[in-house]
Design a binder for this molecule. Structure first.
Ligand code: ATP
Ligand code: MG
Length: 776
């Protein structure tokens, strides 16, 4: 009950309110898209704090992306005014990194450990596969890393795998060897890969009940958004964190446990757990997400209170009806229907292009129209199933001078020059990491070849020292030529200076952070803040860039591409400055952590004056007044790879459901009747999901039937089979400005990238060229 002036309860319906004020040990909120799950979670946290039932430091809130975490923290700030600093609002990965950085020494790591992104782990796997000659058995960095990732998400290590593998199968034996060697190399490098962050934290808690107890005691309320997409490792982490602390642990705890922390049995009771989710939005099964987690929640937490929300506050009825119709075709679900008080709204607009360029032209024109009618660009989003679809879209957006950004697309931190500069910083923080060290040694080119590198690495291993120390002692390696020795020692000196700077003097290695101060609930600040103040990260970076002349060398080449690279490095300095300003004294390690987590999950920058482009996966949890779902064709959504997979179509259907339910007022669904992929132009068929939407909800600007009927594109494409023929006639109907696409024909060459890795870099280059062309 509320008197009508409570900002935490007023804007909520009775069911939502019940979820905010419930105080049992476990609460499950299951509800369809846009029903206010995230909002309820946020208000619940604010309510717990306002009612003094928890200190901010006793809250652990888990979101799916860093962006979502930032938004939630901001929202909490405005609901509560102040006091959210000590609260952990983060992704699973960020929370685990914080825990691991504090506890790393307990299991043979140093707190300055590196987090390997997928490129780093593949680089490591490539070396291992080569050493074991495993490529002849069909092992590639890509397929082994996928398999290892899957196993790790199931909390299986190489030892477990070996125990269940068929020992008489040479392939399985070989994989065991790769996996084992990979684990050893990671440990030697003082590095974790992305999946380890969660798995190792679980292992840490299981092996060290005293460590687990610190966090079990600290976090009194654990809240998880997007629970349907947790995998087994994440689920296990939650189970560990919500366990009670046994009396024998309680006795030994520092600071001493107070009477009021205990239950009647002398234990610290388990944390209360709130999870919110929608099984219809589970779209990460391919990464081990387990829809069963939500179904079995009630079994695992038998005393859980359950709240169901059915009113949708996001979309118009037409959009909801389309979403309901599509998801209704999944037979393996509990039926739930969303409704809204908003009214029907506009119909969904459908458009079929003759090609993806025609489709992109339509999207660009509609965006221009929306903008002309007063809609800010930031209110508009364009979704697609695969990254390769962005090219045609971006081309037309650039032509139309529509400002846009690609969320989670080509990442700033994936660029070669950025990785080069970051390799120096990583080596400073973790002088055991061979991947960063090798990258650093090789850039800029200083005449230290693979042989010299191998000599240094052997020396490092034989002496059991860091790579930094090995370089300092290069004079002791007779196999190195005198010139190389001097170069290497010089580089070591730079590293020494930078290390001193990064640490604020003295030490040669990053010191582990002080012991945890958890459970002293009055301290909102975290342990990190009491550390010795290091130099600003931007200064360290500048020292590295100035001494190596990386920027000057790029500028000197007088190549526009290299100019753009130099600009990126300058941008990196700006990023570091911004970080220093936001988190004064946080230091290098915090910066590296932030970069590796942000780079892996989502985008740092947030400009509201731009149209947002992203994959359907990235769109989860977001909402926009106007949404375009593009490429709604068989083979794209549902994706070709999912069609033969068990449950694959159902997962794709959920993805389509996620896409539709992002839209608030206007939804556009577009497709093309022919599409060029990898150099071939093929006929595209409308997606089965499109056909599941009642015709009465769609207003076609150009229906699939019209396109194949009038232009005869389909039969011609079938006859011609390949590229050139398909464009001609279809383009002739367009405005003059578009004809050049068909005529140039060269656009298909750019599409013809052999592998997706190259695709990304080609796209990168292409974007850069376009940007330069536009500026010129
Ligand atoms: P998704 O499943 O997509 O993550 P969700 O269930 O988390 O969706 P929210 O994002 O929390 O839904 O809410 C959807 C929209 O509805 C938001 O703009 C939110 O502010 C608004 N909203 C939620 N509840 C109410 C309410 N009671 N009154 C008005 N607006 C609401
Ligand atoms: Mg949500």
């Amino acid at each position: 009950a509320t008197d009508g002036t409570d900002p935490l309860l007023d804007g909520l319906n009775p069911e939502q309110r019940r979820a905010v004020i419930a105080r049992g040990p476990a609460l499950l909120i299951v509800a369809g898209a846009g029903s206010g799950k995230t909002r309820v979670l946020t208000h619940r946290i604010a309510h717990l704090i306002r009612e003094k039932e928890a200190w901010p430091s006793q809250i652990l809130a888990i979101t799916f992306t860093n962006k979502a975490a930032a938004e939630m923290r901001e929202r909490l700030g405005s609901l509560l005014g102040a006091g959210v600093e000590g609260m952990w609002v983060s992704t699973f990965h960020s929370a685990c990194v914080r825990i691991l950085r504090r506890e790393a020494e307990r299991f043979g790591y140093v707190s300055g450990f590196t987090i390997y992104d997928s490129a780093d782990s593949r680089a490591l796997l490539k070396r291992i596969i080569k050493e074991l000659d495993a490529d002849t058995y069909g092992f590639t960095p890509a397929n082994t890393s996928a398999k290892i990732s899957k196993l790790k998400n199931e909390l299986s290590d190489a030892h477990d795998y070996a125990a269940t593998a068929n020992a008489s199968d040479p392939r399985e034996r070989l994989f065991t060897e790769i996996f084992t060697s990979y684990e050893q190399e990671l440990k030697r490098a003082n590095a974790f890969d992305f999946d380890d962050l969660i798995g190792q934290t679980v292992q840490l808690f299981r092996a060290h009940p005293d460590v687990a107890a610190i966090y079990q005691r600290r976090f009194r309320h654990i809240l998880v958004d997007e629970y349907q997409d947790t995998n087994h490792a994440q689920y296990s982490l939650i189970r560990e964190l919500t366990k009670h602390v046994e009396p024998e642990q309680v006795e030994r705890m520092v600071p001493p446990v107070r009477e009021r922390e205990l239950d009647g049995l002398g234990r610290i009771p388990g944390a209360s757990l709130t999870v919110v989710g929608d099984s219809d939005q589970s779209i990460y099964a391919f990464r081990g997400a387990n829809i069963r987690n939500i179904v079995e929640f009630e079994r695992d937490f038998s005393n859980a209170e359950v709240v169901k929300l059915e009113q949708n506050y996001r979309s118009t009825q037409n959009i909801l009806s389309a979403a309901n119709a599509v998801i209704g075709n999944n037979f393996d679900r509990q039926d739930k229907k969303l409704w809204t008080a908003e009214g029907d709204g506009e119909k969904i607009v459908g458009f079929t292009g003759y090609s993806q360029h025609d489709e992109a032209r339509f999207v660009a024109e509609e965006i221009e129209d929306l903008h002309r009618d007063g809609m800010p660009y930031g209110d508009i989003a364009v979704f697609y199933r695969t990254n390769s679809q962005t090219r045609a879209l971006e081309e037309l957006l650039i032509r139309s001078a529509i400002p846009y950004r690609v969320l989670g697309g080509t990442k700033f931190y994936d660029r070669a020059e950025i990785k080069d500069a970051m390799a120096y910083l990583t080596t400073i923080a973790n002088p055991f990491d061979p991947i960063s060290w090798s990258r650093m040694l090789g850039t800029p080119k200083r005449g230290v070849g693979p042989m010299a590198e191998a000599h240094l690495a052997n020396f490092q291993e034989a002496e059991g020292i860091t790579f930094h120390e090995a370089m300092q002692r290069a004079q002791e390696i007779p196999a190195l030529g005198p010139k190389i020795r001097t170069t290497v020692v010089e580089l070591a000196d730079l590293l020494t200076r930078a290390t001193h700077m990064a640490l604020g003097g003295g030490a040669t290695d990053i010191a582990p952070p002080p012991a945890d101060d958890a459970a002293t609930e009055a301290t909102d600040g975290d342990a990190e803040s009491t550390q010795k103040k290091p130099a600003p990260v931007a200064d360290v970076l500048k020292l590295v860039l100035d001494s190596t002349e990386m920027i000057e060398k790029l500028r000197a080449k007088r190549d526009p591409q290299d100019d753009a690279r130099a600009e990126n490095l300058e941008e990196l300095i700006a990023v570091a400055r911004e970080f220093d300003a936001q988190q004064p004294g946080a230091g290098l390690l915090a910066f590296l952590t932030e970069v590796s987590l942000v780079a892996a999950a989502d985008d740092l920058d947030d400009q509201s004056g731009t149209v947002s482009l992203m994959t359907l996966h990235t769109a989860k949890g977001l909402e926009y007044p106007a949404v375009f779902i593009t490429g709604v064709e068989e083979g794209l959504i549902p994706h070709q790879m999912s069609i033969d997979e068990l449950g694959g179509i159902n997962e794709e259907r959920r993805l389509m459901y996620v896409g539709i339910t992002r839209a608030r007022e206007k939804l556009f669904i577009t497709l093309a009747s022919t599409r060029a992929t990898f150099g071939d132009i093929a006929v595209a068929m409308p997606s089965r999901f499109l056909q599941e939407i009642p015709e009465s909800l769609i207003e076609w600007r150009q229906s699939p039937g019209e396109v194949t009927g009038r232009g005869g594109t389909q039969s011609r494409a079938l006859n011609a089979g390949r590229a050139p023929g398909a464009s001609g006639a279809s383009w002739s109907r367009n405005r003059d400005s578009q004809v050049s696409f068909g005529a140039s024909g060269g656009s298909s060459a750019a599409v013809a990238e052999p592998a997706s890795g190259n695709m990304q870099s080609a796209l990168d280059k292409w974007r850069e060229r376009k940007r330069l062309a536009k500026e010129a």
